[in-house]
Design a protein around this ligand. Structure first.
Ligand SMILES: *[C@@H]1O[C@H](CO)[C@@H](O)[C@H](O)[C@H]1NC(C)=O
Ligand SMILES: *[C@@H]1O[C@H](CO)[C@@H](O)[C@H](O)[C@H]1NC(C)=O
Length: 340
């Protein structure tokens, strides 16, 4: 109320109380907020009632595909599971308080280790002519203090008895009796933080929910990473496909979309294609729950989107639940894995 123009004396009606304007402002603000609260609450209740009606209708359905088909009500996706419950606001507050307080044990419990790149991208056949020529990183596996970020190998290239010599490693690597050195390890899984992981499967390379930025919204704004990255995006020399489970910012990093653009095929849940197309990225395959597809360039690889419980939105509340969320099952002739 500093400005002269705004005092009660300048009003057409003479109000003889200097508190009247602030009181009026307070009244307008609080009634707007109350109106907003009650109207969203009413919408939320109506939506929840509609969701319950759908659940009742689906109760008698026999097939899982029908019972747990994706559910859309008034343009918004919902969880067709009786088990789903909304997260109350105070749980969110507690979560963030915990984040601010930090976790001092994290550094020792989760040491950051560089992925074994020579295992992920094995050198050419000629360089690998026997167990003694295994890339050095393989010997790291099964040491006394294994760490979570080690790449985990299910079936490696060489026949048994390999690197037990010297260091006496209890093999966490299971060696496949049938040698296929030209293919490298048939399956590796490398966790890169949050839901970002790099999976190689029969020579097919998969990146999941890629986030490589230091912060969640953009490089200078938004919550910071809890742990730094074990490697950079460019270290993953070849990526065939990217699986995106939903559009939350801690699962889909716009910077990565810019960098990879159309060089990879993006497998995404329903309703997210427009977001990619607006950024000039067309190499995307949108899947609904239960849909599966053979990857075009590798017909032996099947990618299926399957149900999961969650929600979506990058600019909440404007785009809340406008696109779907999903888990993925990826299958090759020999292997399969679930990303959720
Ligand atoms: C979004 O969907 C989730 C899951 O169904 C639900 O709990 C939440 O209330 C929805 N949010 C809005 C704003 O509709
Ligand atoms: C992706 O590449 C296309 C050309 O292929 C370009 O038009 C578009 O701007 C690129 N998108 C991003 C996000 O860099």
């Amino acid at each position: 109320m500093q400005s002269k123009a705004l005092t009660h004396r300048s009003l057409p009606i003479h109000i003889d109380n200097h508190l009247i304007l602030p009181a009026f402002a307070l009244f307008v603000t609080s009634s707007t907020l109350l109106y907003y609260y009650f109207s969203t609450e009413a919408t939320r209740r109506a939506f929840e009632a509609a969701r319950r009606r759908h659940l009742l209708q689906r109760e008698k359905l026999a097939s899982s595909e029908a019972k747990y088909a994706s559910l859309r009500i008034h343009g918004q996706f919902a969880n067709p599971f009786v088990e789903w419950r909304d997260t109350p606001w105070w749980e969110t507050v507690l979560f963030w308080l915990g984040r601010i307080r930090g976790n001092s044990d994290l550094t020792s419990a989760l040491p950051i280790t560089k992925p074994s790149f020579d295992l992920l991208f094995p050198p050419a056949v000629s360089a690998l002519d026997g167990p003694s020529r295994l890339p050095p990183s393989i010997r790291v596996f099964g040491t006394a203090t294994p760490s979570l970020s080690e790449s985990w190998v299910d079936a490696a290239t060489v026949t048994a008895s390999a690197p037990t010599s010297g260091i006496g490693i209890p093999p966490r690597i299971v060696f496949d009796p049938a040698p296929a050195p030209e293919q490298g390890p048939r399956m590796t899984y490398t966790w890169l933080g949050q839901s970002t992981s790099f999976v190689t499967m029969d020579g097919f390379n998969i990146l999941t929910d890629p986030v490589f930025s230091p912060r969640v919204i953009n490089s200078w704004f938004g919550p910071k990473r809890v742990r730094s990255l074990p490697c950079e995006l460019k270290d993953l020399k070849r990526i065939d496909i990217v699986l995106v489970s939903h559009n939350h910012r801690d699962h889909l990093d716009e910077q990565v979309v810019r960098e990879l653009n159309n060089t990879v095929t993006w497998y995404i849940p329903m309703g997210l294609r427009d977001w990619f197309v607006r950024r000039g990225v067309y190499n995307v395959i949108e899947l609904d729950w239960w849909q599966e597809i053979h990857h075009k360039e590798r017909q032996d690889i099947v990618i299926a989107a399957v149900p999961c419980m969650h929600w979506s939105g990058r600019c909440v509340p404007y785009d809340t639940n406008r696109s779907l969320w999903c888990s993925f099952v990826v299958k090759s002739q020999q292997h399969s894995f679930l990303h959720w």
